[in-house]
Design a protein around this ligand. Structure first.
Ligand code: SAM
Length: 332
């Protein structure tokens, strides 16, 4: 499910052999049949995908796919049925030989905003923390990243990535069932680290920012995308219960507060690149994510508020640099 041989080769080529060795037993444990009650079902769905020759990938346009992949009617039906057994698809779109996965998020819209804000990815070693099903990791590769390691503890998304990857020529992209804290301490290996939509799920956001910094090479770039409060002043609040119907949202900062968090975590050159309110055009229920989406989380009387009375979701993109000198960590 993880193309472990290829992962080993790719990590060896990056001088990360000791990490590769550490990873083998950890990954074996994470994808063991006992790791998740539905893993067997998901593996069956993977096994029922038609076995096709892998084709050159199109990673530069909104829908990730393989233009030369031709599926006949029966193969399309089998592909659609198998992929629908891997619901919910939160990130997309993908186009697999005419089977279009219209995911909950039109992730190409966020990618367009992010891409405009960051240093060119050409030849960079990239870490995407909270990579989901690898949509963004593949788009990063499409921008010339040398290799992308996506990590996400949600096993279904790792399975979804495997389903997509089985149709396209092998890429130096790996989506692994890991959390950020599973990475070696003080790794200092990556040229660019992305944390998109992850910070507000952390009980300790400052620890998260510090761990991201530890993963970066000195001089490397952090790309942080997260929910922010509209307040001008530096402040942060924790929802008493849910935020936009999500149970696992912890501390929500204003941009001024987030900037302080980044500075206290040792980042320099902190730049705000974008702030965008999420619309029901960008995040919505579809056949591929048939459950409630943003629409149900907004107050029908006043869509600038959530059903809980909070400001409706708005997301900021900040870019920051890990200092070249290692001595300036906030922990020292
Ligand atoms: C809201 S989704 C964002 C996905 C994608 N990055 C995006 O921007 O659309 C958050 C993802 O982060 C993952 N996640 C949560 N905590 C994590 C951690 N400590 N390390 C890595 N991934 C994490 C979740 O499993 C989930 O897939």
């Amino acid at each position: 499910m993880l193309e472990l041989e290829r992962l080993r080769g790719d990590l060896d080529a990056e001088g990360l052999s000791s990490w590769a060795s550490e990873l083998q037993p950890l990954l074996a444990e994470r994808i063991a049949d006992t790791a998740h009650g539905k893993l067997r079902e998901w593996r069956d769905a993977l096994d029922s995908l038609p076995s096709m020759q892998r084709q050159a990938a199109e990673l530069g346009s909104a829908a990730i796919g393989a233009p030369d992949l031709k599926l006949n009617h029966d193969q399309q039906s089998a592909t659609r049925d198998a992929l629908l057994r891997l619901l919910p698809w939160r990130k997309g779109p993908f186009d697999i030989g005419g089977v279009v996965i219209d995911a909950e998020w039109r992730s190409n819209l966020k990618w367009d905003r992010v891409r405009a804000a960051i240093s060119p990815l050409k030849d960079r070693l990239v870490l995407d923390v909270g990579s989901g099903n690898g949509y963004y990791a593949l788009r990063m590769r499409g921008q010339g990243a040398r290799m992308v390691i996506g990590i996400d503890p949600t096993l279904l998304y790792v399975v979804q990535y495997r389903a997509i990857a089985s149709f396209i020529e092998p890429q130096p992209v790996h989506v692994l069932p890991l959390r950020l804290h599973d990475l070696p301490a003080q790794m200092r290996a990556f040229d660019t680290v992305f944390s998109m939509g992850v910070l507000y799920h952390q009980r300790s956001p400052l620890t998260h920012l510090q761990q991201l910094r530890d993963a970066l090479k000195p001089g490397g770039e952090l790309v942080l995308e997260t929910l922010v409060l509209p307040n001008e002043e530096a402040c942060a609040r924790t929802p008493e219960n849910r935020y936009a119907r999500m149970r696992n949202v912890w501390l929500l900062p204003s941009i001024a507060e987030l900037t302080v968090w980044l500075a206290r975590s040792g980042y320099i050159d902190i730049t705000l690149a974008d702030v965008t309110a999420t619309t029901v055009d960008e995040q919505r229920s579809t056949r591929w994510m048939p459950f409630e989406s943003l629409h149900a989380a907004l107050d029908p009387e006043d869509p600038t508020r959530t059903v809980e009375g909070w400001p409706a979701p708005r997301r900021a993109i900040l870019v920051a640099t890990s200092p070249a000198r290692s001595g300036s960590s906030s922990r020292t």
